[in-house]
Design a protein around this ligand. Structure first.
Ligand code: JFZ
Length: 452
């Protein structure tokens, strides 16, 4: 009986290949929680991250062949952008998806506009996911969108240009240690590599794949498009020497290019947290990436959308801990961002239109946990500004702050002309606020205070 229970308990975890048996998510990065150890000074990194740290909010886009039929293949549910591996689809069959990939509705300007209207300041597109298919012009490798599809267009180029036009930064995601199209890309015990086409795991040589595919493609990405970020994923078996070499290659071509921690071996400019927000922030610059529903790539039966409420709360929570929020959309095989995603993002954008000041260019909260919401901060010449994003509106018309602050001026971001009454009391300050919450999602009280 006990064993049956144990098997039942772990069965769902085993089903989801991304989850380890102990319940943690398998990141392919054994150093995911280690402190980053760059050989550059924090000042040099902070300089490179300057625009990024102000930006706070970006759009992640997972788009690739798996989107063609919404993560289904021959009527079978491939469950996610990992469809090729989940269904053990042979390369020769998977390549056939490319033969039909023709996203006739793709419009780079529209995608960028969706991001811009959501209040996002940057965009990161999957230039190559684990399936190994390049969504850009890759002269070094034929398995790419220009050579292998009837569409023959370059979304990385088109999005780069659209972002430039509309004033967003553009970055690329690159799956580093997982490539199911390359015969030499191996993984620990073959757990994460293509062993259905290439079963002889012990004969694989990561360095060959690294030389043949990774280095040329990263060089192409930088020289052709000058991405502002290279967002590596799943470092897996990459050695410290290789991670270091890759970083030098990038910085020789473009010293301003930001690289995330998944370049591997504790290197990179900032830490990445996936699907969750760390309770107390991170010692290094960091970013949480998150899906809008349950999958990164477009999944046609997944309707488990997060609410605008929860998205705004996540964004503000992250900002209050000094991090960035990279929120994902998964466009369809036709090249359309699902309407529900667009609607949700629009709601977030409307909130930011009024309250963006509480997010962009702010730094983390000087206070611990706050029962009613979150706080962000800006430091001025001779004063400081606190933005109190109130998620749970008090019913008595008073917002009680249990910390001592000397308030110069208090108002709502939605009504900056009207000053709010404040009153110092024993435990801190009480601010008189409207009885009704002006905004259901979150209302921001702005406090200009004497330096804390
Ligand atoms: C990876 C990919 O496998 C996935 O398809 C997606 O691209 C995502 C952004 O990254 O999956 C991961 C990577 C890291 C974690 C979890 C899933 N993590 O750090 O928890």
């Amino acid at each position: 009986m006990k064993y049956v229970l144990i098997i039942l308990l772990f069965f769902p975890l085993w089903l989801n290949a991304q989850v380890n048996l102990d319940g943690t998510i398998d990141t392919g990065d054994k150093f995911a929680n280690a402190k980053l150890e760059s050989n550059e000074s924090p000042e040099v990194i902070a300089k490179r991250l300057e625009w990024w740290s102000e930006a706070r909010f970006g759009m992640f886009i997972h788009w690739g062949l798996y989107a063609q039929d919404g993560c289904f293949w021959k009527g079978k549910d491939g469950r996610s952008e990992h469809m090729m591996r989940n269904l053990q689809i042979p390369i020769s069959d998977y390549e056939k998806i490319a033969d039909e990939f023709k996203p006739t509705c793709f419009n780079a300007d529209e995608w960028v506009k969706v991001a811009k209207d959501a209040g996002m300041k940057y965009m990161v597109l999957t230039s190559k996911h684990h399936d190994g298919f390049a969504m850009f012009n890759s002269p070094s490798n034929n398995y790419n969108i220009l050579t292998s599809t009837p569409w023959k267009r370059d979304p990385v180029k088109e999005l780069t240009e659209a972002c430039k036009k509309q004033g967003l930064k553009f970055g690329v995601y690159y799956s580093l240690g997982r490539d199911w199209h390359d015969p030499d890309c191996n993984s620990v015990k073959g757990w994460r590599s293509n062993v259905w086409d290439f079963p002889e795991e012990e004969k694989k040589d990561f360095s060959k794949y690294f030389e043949r595919k990774v280095k040329p493609q990263i060089t192409e990405l930088i020289t052709q498009y000058h991405p502002a970020i290279i967002w590596f994923d799943t470092p897996e078996l990459i050695t410290k020497e290789e991670s270091t070499e890759l970083l030098s290659l990038i910085h020789e071509l473009d010293p301003t290019c930001i690289v995330n921690q998944r370049v591997g071996n504790k290197l990179g400019d900032y830490a990445v947290r996936e699907q969750k927000i760390p309770a107390g922030g991170e010692p290094r610059p960091w970013e949480t990436c998150m899906t809008l529903n349950g999958a990164w790539g477009y999944h046609k039966t997944d309707n488990n959308w997060k609410s605008a409420d929860s998205l705004v709360h996540s964004l503000v929570d992250i900002a209050s801990k000094g991090g960035n929020f990279l929120l994902n959309v998964g466009p369809t095989g036709k090249g359309i961002i699902p309407q529900t995603s667009v609607n949700r993002l629009k709601e977030v954008g409307e909130w930011l239109n009024v309250n963006g000041e509480a997010v962009y260019g702010t730094s983390s909260s000087p206070f611990g946990k706050l029962a009613w919401g979150r706080c962000t901060k800006k430091v001025g010449e001779d004063d400081e500004t606190l933005y109190l994003s109130v998620f749970y509106w008090p019913k008595n018309g008073k917002l009680q702050l249990d910390f001592p602050v000397e308030i110069i001026r208090a108002c709502l971001l939605s009504d900056t002309d009207k000053e709010l009454k404040t009153e110092t009391n024993q435990s801190g300050v009480s601010i008189t606020i409207p009885i009704q919450a002006p905004n259901e999602i979150a209302t921001v009280v702005k406090l200009v205070v004497k330096p804390l």
